[in-house]
Design a protein around this ligand. Structure first.
Ligand SMILES: *[C@@H]1O[C@H](CO)[C@@H](O)[C@H](O)[C@H]1NC(C)=O
Ligand SMILES: *[C@@H]1O[C@H](CO)[C@@H](O)[C@H](O)[C@H]1NC(C)=O
Length: 384
């Protein structure tokens, strides 16, 4: 009898532990398999014990509500979907989620499908069929964004209706529904009925990043935790992680459903005057492309950590984030220190966990001296 009691006590203690463990929601960006050299990232490079959820990004949507596979060669030709699913053999608690949308998908098709009951029903069925085919554990919708970029005002209500129909169909089969939502307050005001969105999602992944970047012509950090004293207008003061999360909370989102969005990357500029690298100093475009991500203005943490000692590191005490500079090149990013502070902020707000964009630009090979996945390990270490 005492053995049984001991077993029960042990089991319930373990259940409490696992129930209180925070979500670590990791995006797997399928196109990273084509990167060169040490930047190449495949499903078999994922560490299945550092994430509670892996979100396969992305599939697309057609105007009739059906699912479109954006890269069939990657998905089936290279057998990546089966490789991804095989990660569950190493971590049976791991949830693998199908993610639809993303920036490049635009908003128009989502707006069209969401406004009509028939196409909404077709989408729900197509999503369930696709999930069933590969054995996913849920669905993630990255519509960027309702009412914007080709959408219309009625999207705000239709988004909630669509989420509600997806959620009842998914939850009935034991599957979960999440969405990536904007962390910019002006954008949120346009796009979301926040109580309705919160009610109809199991997880809300708030993208509190990309506040600044090469789409502007002045220096700014892509994801400051707090405002700078150089932020003077009301809008400038809201373009940071703390303000974005606080907005979702103040508007009535369930804190336990919110995952704070974190980046394993940064955004950079070519300074107009190398002698002036202060916030809001002029720029003439994005920073030079990195060897793996190969895109001007964007840089992976794995590319930053491989840079030589010619770069000067600055910690911004107000914004609580780092940047580095070399000549006219300025890169704002997150390191282990700023990630720890963002996680501690999330803990202080009693959030459900963290979402990470994305696995492929952490130092996943451990080439920079802090072991594999330093960013993801920091998240796991500090998250309540
Ligand atoms: C930057 O400052 C240095 C030292 O004051 C000066 O020699 C250089 O000409 C300046 N560069 C530019 C682009 O103004
Ligand atoms: C740097 O640029 C900012 C923004 O244009 C300006 O306000 C500031 O005076 C400049 N600082 C220097 C040292 O030139």
């Amino acid at each position: 009898m005492s053995k049984l009691l001991l077993l029960l006590a042990f089991t319930s203690a373990f259940m409490v532990l696992s129930a209180s463990a925070g979500n670590v929601v990791c995006y797997f960006a399928s196109w990273t398999i084509y990167r060169p050299d040490n930047g190449k990232f495949t499903a078999l490079d994922v560490d299945p014990n550092l994430c509670t959820h892996i979100l396969y990004a992305f599939v697309g949507l057609r105007e009739d509500g059906t699912v479109s596979v954006l890269d069939d060669w990657e998905l089936t030709g290279l057998d990546e979907m089966n490789h991804l699913m095989s990660l569950k053999e190493q971590n049976p608690n791991l949830k693998i989620i199908l993610s639809m949308g993303g920036w490049n998908e635009g908003s128009y098709k989502y707006s069209q499908v969401a406004r009509n009951a028939n196409t909404r029903a077709a989408m729900v069925q197509a999503v369930l069929d696709f999930i069933d085919l590969y054995g996913f554990d849920g669905f993630d919708l990255d519509w960027e964004y309702p009412c914007q970029r080709g959408g219309e005002d009625i999207d705000k209500a239709n988004f909630v209706t669509l989420l509600g129909e997806l959620k009842s169909a998914l939850n009935a089969k034991g599957l979960i529904l999440s969405a990536a939502v904007s962390g910019g307050i002006a954008s949120c005001k346009l796009s979301y009925d926040i109580p309705g969105v919160s009610e109809n999602l199991d997880m809300i992944n708030v993208m509190v990043y990309d506040f600044h970047g090469a789409f502007e012509s002045f220096v700014g950090h892509y994801a400051p935790l707090y405002a700078s004293s150089l932020d003077v207008t009301d809008e400038q003061k809201t373009l940071n992680v703390a303000a974005g999360i606080q907005y979702w909370l103040d508007e009535g989102a369930d804190p336990q459903k919110i995952n704070i969005g974190l980046g394993t990357y940064g955004r950079g500029f070519s300074l107009a005057d190398p002698n002036n690298s202060s916030l809001y100093a002029g720029t003439y475009g994005g920073s030079e492309a990195g060897p793996y991500t190969r895109e001007m203005g964007v840089i992976g943490y794995n590319e930053i950590c491989e840079l030589d000692s010619d770069w000067d590191y600055t910690w911004d005490d107000e914004q609580q984030v780092p940047h580095i500079q070399n000549g006219n090149q300025w890169l704002g990013f997150d390191d282990q220190k700023s990630i720890q502070l963002k996680i501690e902020f999330a803990n202080s707000k009693n959030l459900g966990g963290a979402m990470v964009w994305s696995l492929d630009t952490d130092d996943f090979r451990g080439l920079c001296g802090n072991g594999p996945y330093p960013i993801l390990n920091t998240i796991n270490q500090y998250l309540n």
